[in-house]
Ligand binder design. Structure first.
Ligand code: KIV
Ligand code: ZN
Length: 386
């Protein structure tokens, strides 16, 4: 893997699916996993096999059909979890076990009622045991965002020695600021012996709306894998949105960081996940929301009609959206009305446009959006006899 290549680890089917209301059956998961594989993600986290027979079955079936990506199963640092995950992954061409434990004081004291040395011992035991089944073992230091860097570095060093190939540094509670998360990754790069033997992974939650910014700051500081979900679904306020990090890297080529993602599939897979889960995507969602390429104010519409790039930094075709939309509302101007009228076959002269526009504004004030059928009616009411 080149040093400019960012691995995309998709956890839609694990961190995304574990959310109330997002439950999928095995058949639905297989359809999504196939699309994720075609999309070009490098790793598909297919589930948490020990959590239920249904999840076990899904991981097993997904392992059979994925042809390019690695297939990953989540575990706690518990022997039985790891054994069951290895069993569920036995048909995978490229299996990965994802094991880990909480490392923040809060997790060590309240969750495990343990101490720092004992946690390192458990972490090492889990990684060594996972290594007895598969070569590719990812370790997560849960709540790394609130773990002090010196202790986190000790944990990382110990699990690398035990054979971890990937170090996941989750901001589990979505607490970190971007510069803080970036500095954490930099600290690990500079202070963990053997760090070059492992890939550092960003796994950020969106409790303060910073998941995407934190992930980007993580890779700028040396991480080479991002864990993310389609539409940013996931625990509480969600995970880093796959479509956002991928498009940030594409739109900022000077960062010299790339992914394997076929971006023209992004809109379609967003719809597939949203429809399968019955989870509606907010209209203003970056990249895949219904309004992401829609222009409604007169000033913006005039600009976009003259040249799309005046108000769009992404060509909608690059993410699988057919074209930008000029939406007619009471804030729209003459240029937008003329454009939409022309689209339905009516060319208005300047004088005609002035008359129809006055009628349009009266009508638009009574409606949220003016549709093509309304335009015909407005032209008729204007008595210009087109
Ligand atoms: O947010 C988190 O810490 C996780 C781990 C289980 C990887 O999802
Ligand atoms: Zn998570």
């Amino acid at each position: 893997m080149s040093n400019t290549q960012i691995q995309i680890f998709d956890t839609t089917l694990r961190d995304g699916e574990q959310v109330p209301g997002c439950k999928l059956n095995t058949a639905q998961k297989i359809i999504i996993a196939k699309q994720l594989d075609l999309l070009g993600v490098d790793i598909i986290e297919a589930g948490f096999p020990v959590s239920s027979p249904g999840d076990f079955k899904s991981v097993e079936e997904i392992s059979k059909i994925v042809t390019n990506a690695s297939v990953c199963g989540l575990t706690r640092s518990v022997e039985n979890d790891i054994k069951v995950a290895a069993e569920a992954l036995k048909y995978a061409r490229k299996p990965r076990i994802h094991t880990g434990i909480g490392t923040s004081d809060s997790h060590i004291i309240h969750k495990f009622k343990s101490n720092k040395d004992a946690i390192i011992e458990r972490a090492v035991r889990a990684v060594s045991y996972a290594k007895s089944f598969v070569e590719d073992v990812e370790f997560y230091a849960e709540d790394a965002g609130r773990t002090d860097n010196e202790y986190l570095a000790k944990v990382c060093e110990a699990v690398i020695k035990a054979g971890a190939t990937v170090l996941n540094i989750p901001d589990t509670t979505g607490y970190c600021l971007p510069q803080e998360y970036g500095a954490k990754i930099k600290y690990l790069k500079e202070n963990v012996k053997g760090i070059d033997k492992a890939i550092i992974s960003c796994h950020c939650h969106n409790d303060l709306g910073l998941a995407t910014a934190n992930s980007i700051e993580g890779i700028v500081n040396g991480a080479r894998q991002i864990e993310c979900t389609i539409n940013g679904i996931g625990e509480r306020a969600g995970n880093t949105a796959l479509e956002e990090v991928v498009m940030i890297l594409k739109q900022h080529p000077y960062l010299n960081l790339d992914t394997n993602i076929n971006t023209t599939m992004l809109y379609g897979i967003s719809q597939l996940v949203s429809d399968s889960m019955g989870i509606y995507t907010q209209p203003n969602k970056a990249i895949v929301g219904a309004n992401a390429f829609a222009h409604s104010s007169g000033i913006h519409q005039d600009g976009v009609i003259k040249n799309r790039e005046t108000y769009e930094i992404i060509d909608p075709k690059d993410v699988g959206v057919t074209e930008s939309a000029i939406v007619l509302t009471a804030r729209s101007g003459r240029a937008a009305l003329a454009y939409r009228a022309k689209n339905i076959g009516v060319e208005l002269t300047k004088l005609e446009l002035d008359i129809v526009y006055a009628e349009f504004l009266k009508f638009a004030d009574t409606k949220k959006e003016v549709l093509d059928t309304d335009i015909h009616q407005i032209i008729e009411t204007s008595k210009i006899y087109k």
